[in-house]
Write a protein that binds this ligand. Structure first.
Ligand SMILES: [Zn+2]
Length: 411
C-alpha cells in the first residue's frame, strides 16, 4: 500500500507543475483546448488508448492491464469558473475573469498522475481503467455529453465501479478525506417561469389581469409547499432568486418572469418537488385567471454514493493514510455535481479531500468558488495515490470469470 503512495510522491513536482500550468490558463465550459492539450501532453508515451471528445474537449483514456478483468472508471473534471482571481498566488490565473476557483485543476492533475502511476503497474493489473477527463462540470452538463459519447463503454465492458475526488479549500483540514454512503450532494434544478396576465392602467386593476400579484403569491405558495408537503428528514430547498416584472409604478405589466433554484437530497423527493412545484405554479396562476409557463433547466441529479463502494473506499483511505485522515461527511452537501450522472449508472463513490493552505483555518478559509479560495499542491500526491489504489484494489477484488464474487475483499 505504501508503494503507490511512494510512487505518487515521487512525481509530486511534476503534478504540481501540471496543476499550476492549468491554473494559470483556466478555461470555461465545454471547450477547453489548452487544458486538453496539457492533459494529452501529460499522458504522452503512456500505454493508453486515448480518445478525444466530439462535442466537447474531453479526454477519455483506457489502460488495459496485463491480465483480463473488470473495468473501473476514475473521473476528474477540468473546467474553471467565471471568477476574477484575488489569491495573489505566483501561479494565479492570467486570464481576466476566469479562475480555477473550484480546484478542478487539481482534479485534472491527480487523474493524470493516477494514469501515470497505474501505467507503471500495468503488469500487475487485472482489468481496465477508464480515465474520464471531463470539461463542463459547472453547469454545462459535460458528464452527460461524455456518457452520450460512450465514456462508460470505452473499455468494452461497463465499469463495475466509478470513483472521483473533489478538493475543498475550507471545511476539511488539509489532507483529510471525507465521504458518506447514500446522498453526498444535492440535486439542483433551475425552474424558469413566466406568469402571463394582461397589462393595463395601475389605477384600474379590475380591467387588467395582474401577473405581479399572482407571481408574489406563487413565491410564498412555493415556500408553504416546502413546509407542508415535504418530510423534514428528506428536505427540499426552493429559493426564488430572480423576479422581474414591469416598467413603471402605474402600469400593470403583461407578464412576470421568475427563476428559482430547487435542491433535493433523494431521487424520490426530487421527482416529487419537480411535480408539485409545477402544480403550485399553474394552480395559483389559474386561481387568478392567469396562466403560467414553467420548465426546469440545468438539472443535476442527487449524487448518491453506493453503500458497498463507499465502505470499500473508506477502508482504502484509512488503510493508506490512517484513521486520523478520514472523517465521515455528517450531512449531504447542498452543492451539486454531475458525477451524479455516472453514479446513476455505475455504483461508486465520490470523496472529498481537504486542500486548504497549511496556515488557514478550515472553518473560516475562503471556500470553493470564492475569488480568494486557495488549494494547496501538497495534496496532489495523496489524491493521485488514492485514485490509483482504488482502481488497483477494486480490480484485484473483481471476480475471475466463473468465480464467485469476492465480497469479502470488497468489503
Ligand atoms: Zn467543483
Amino acid at each position: 500500500m505504501a508503494e503507490l503512495r511512494d510512487e505518487a510522491a515521487a512525481i509530486c513536482d511534476e503534478l504540481a507543475e501540471l496543476r499550476r500550468a492549468i491554473h494559470r490558463e483556466p478555461e470555461l465550459g465545454l471547450d477547453l483546448p489548452l487544458t486538453q492539450q496539457k492533459v494529452l501532453a501529460a499522458l504522452d508515451g503512456l500505454p493508453l488508448e486515448i480518445r478525444r471528445g466530439e462535442s466537447l474537449s474531453a479526454v477519455t483514456a483506457v489502460l488495459r492491464g496485463a491480465r483480463p478483468g473488470a473495468t473501473v472508471l476514475l473521473r476528474g473534471d477540468m473546467d474553471a469558473l467565471p471568477v476574477t482571481e484575488r489569491t495573489g498566488l505566483p501561479y494565479a490565473s492570467r486570464v481576466d475573469g476566469v479562475m480555477h476557483a473550484c480546484g478542478h485543476d487539481l482534479h485534472t492533475a491527480m487523474l493524470a498522475g493516477a494514469a501515470r502511476v497505474l501505467s507503471a503497474r500495468r503488469g500487475d493489473l487485472a482489468g481496465n481503467v477508464i480515465f474520464m477527463f471531463q470539461p463542463g462540470e459547472e453547469s454545462e452538463g459535460g458528464a452527460s455529453r461524455m456518457i452520450d459519447e460512450g465514456v462508460l463503454d470505452a473499455a468494452g465492458s461497463r465499469p463495475v465501479a466509478a470513483f472521483g475526488l473533489h478538493v475543498a479549500s475550507a471545511l476539511l483540514p488539509r489532507g483529510w478525506f471525507s465521504t458518506r454512503a447514500g446522498a453526498l450532494m444535492a440535486a439542483a434544478d433551475t425552474m424558469e417561469l413566466t406568469v402571463r396576465g394582461r397589462g393595463g392602467h395601475g389605477s384600474q386593476p379590475h380591467l387588467a389581469a395582474d401577473p405581479v400579484q399572482a407571481a408574489c403569491e406563487i413565491v410564498t405558495a412555493l415556500q408553504a409547499m416546502v413546509t407542508r408537503r415535504f418530510d423534514v428528514f428528506d428536505p427540499v430547498v426552493i429559493s426564488v432568486g430572480s423576479f422581474h416584472a414591469g416598467t413603471a409604478s402605474n402600469v400593470i405589466p403583461d407578464e412576470a418572469r421568475l427563476s428559482a433554484t430547487v435542491r433535493s437530497f433523494s431521487p424520490g423527493a426530487r421527482q416529487r418537488v419537480l411535480e408539485e412545484a409545477l402544480r403550485v405554479v399553474h394552480g395559483v396562476a389559474a386561481a387568478h385567471g392567469l396562466s403560467a409557463d414553467a420548465e426546469f433547466v440545468d438539472s443535476y441529479p442527487v449524487t448518491v454514493n453506493d453503500a458497498a463502494e463507499t465502505t470499500f473506499a473508506t477502508r482504502t483511505v484509512t488503510d493508506m493514510f490512517g484513521d486520523s485522515r478520514f472523517i465521515p461527511t455528517p450531512n449531504p452537501i447542498t452543492g451539486s455535481e454531475d458525477f451524479s450522472l455516472v453514479l446513476e449508472q455505475v455504483p461508486g463513490a465520490f470523496i472529498l479531500l481537504g486542500a486548504g493552505p497549511p496556515d488557514s483555518d478550515p472553518a473560516t478559509a475562503p471556500y470553493n468558488h470564492s475569488a480568494e479560495a486557495v488549494f494547496d499542491d501538497a495534496v496532489l500526491a495523496d489524491g493521485t495515490a488514492l485514485l490509483a489504489e482504488l482502481a488497483m484494489r477494486r480490480l484485484g477484488a473483481a471476480p475471475e470469470p466463473g468465480a464467485a464474487p469476492a465480497e469479502t475483499v470488497r468489503g
